[in-house]
Design a protein around this ligand. Structure first.
Ligand SMILES: Nc1ncnc2c1ncn2[C@@H]1O[C@H](COP(=O)(O)OP(=O)(O)O)[C@@H](O)[C@H]1O
Ligand SMILES: [Mg+2]
Length: 279
């Protein structure tokens, strides 16, 4: 049964897509079967893996949009695509997602369970060890549905966002999803991205974040490094592009911590469910 993790922050440019791309490559290089869901109408993850031309060629029934269509169940073979990265499959993003993401909240219930149902299908759940969901920089239907479908949430953060508006809004969404749709959703943690330990502002931000949120902050972080950008430009994850680089090693540390946090939370979720059952 695959573990499903959403990468979500209401802000853009914080490293959500980059984290999905490189974590998938590292986890697959370690032998895990990874499914990426490009749940963003902008489809940057899909472009990073297949190139900009390919991304425009995916129709609604071959992309994430199929998971939101209340009238038709998605066919796993039609939407899940093998990628040139061994061990990584992708459900492509596409502009066809836009109309779902713009649906007014009073209509979300028509579509917000489709992703969860799709991932629970044994043909999908048993074919992968880990599902990573990349998300748009807002909390509309797509982000909400991802939380409904996920076991865990990771919030990527740049060490400069002192307003922390992204964090507060996401945590409120998590509470709402728990209350209404997915009581087992776990916040796995805050993940610093593009971190530069030579910058006093980053160091100060990190200290403040750890004071506020303690163990919820990942020990590992993505360092600021041009290798990550160059790898994506070559349509490769860092583990394939420069496997011995500092960037690749840092990604391995993040990946290991992600898997540890996700499996610990899965255990505690089972415990809580057992307690609920016994009560
Ligand atoms: N660790 C990093 N080092 C250097 N550049 C990065 C790093 N992570 C992301 N970037 C760059 O920052 C920009 C925003 O990242 P992206 O993953 O697209 O953010 P989001 O998906 O949250 O909008 C991209 O140009 C990406 O290549
Ligand atoms: Mg993105």
């Amino acid at each position: 049964m695959a573990i499903v993790v959403s990468l979500l922050n209401q802000k853009g440019g914080v490293g959500k897509t980059s984290s999905c791309h490189h974590l998938a490559g590292t986890l697959a290089a370690q032998g895990r079967r990874v499914l990426l869901l490009d749940n963003d109408p902008q489809a940057s993850l899909t472009q990073g893996i297949f190139g900009p031309g390919a991304m425009r060629s995916f129709g609604p029934s071959e992309s994430m949009a199929a998971l939101y269509d209340p009238d038709r169940a998605p066919i796993p073979e039609a939407v899940i695509r093998p990628t040139p990265i061994e061990g990584v499959s992708l459900v492509p993003g596409s502009v066809h997602l836009t109309r779902f993401n713009q649906m007014p909240p009073e209509r979300w219930h028509e579509s917000d369970g489709g992703m969860r149902e799709f991932l629970a299908d044994p043909d999908v759940a048993d074919a992968f060890d880990l599902v990573l969901i990349d998300n748009p920089p807002n909390l509309h239907l797509c982000g909400w549905s991802a939380l409904v479908a996920s076991n865990g949430l990771v919030v990527p953060l740049q060490a400069e966002d002192y307003g922390a508006q992204g964090i507060v809004a996401v945590l409120e969404a998590v509470e709402a999803v728990r209350r209404h749709r997915n009581p087992d959703l776990a916040t796995l943690g805050f993940l610093l991205t593009m971190y530069d330990k030579r910058l006093a502002i980053h160091v100060a931000y990190e200290r403040q974040l750890r004071d506020l949120y303690g163990p919820l902050v990942f020990d590992a972080a993505f360092p600021l490094a041009k290798d990550f950008k160059e790898a994506v430009a070559s349509r490769l994850p860092i583990a394939r592009y420069k496997p011995r680089s500092a960037a690749a090693k840092a990604t391995a540390a993040v990946a290991e911590e992600l898997v540890r946090r996700a499996s610990e939370s899965a255990r505690s979720t089972v415990d809580q469910a057992a307690e609920r059952g016994a009560a």
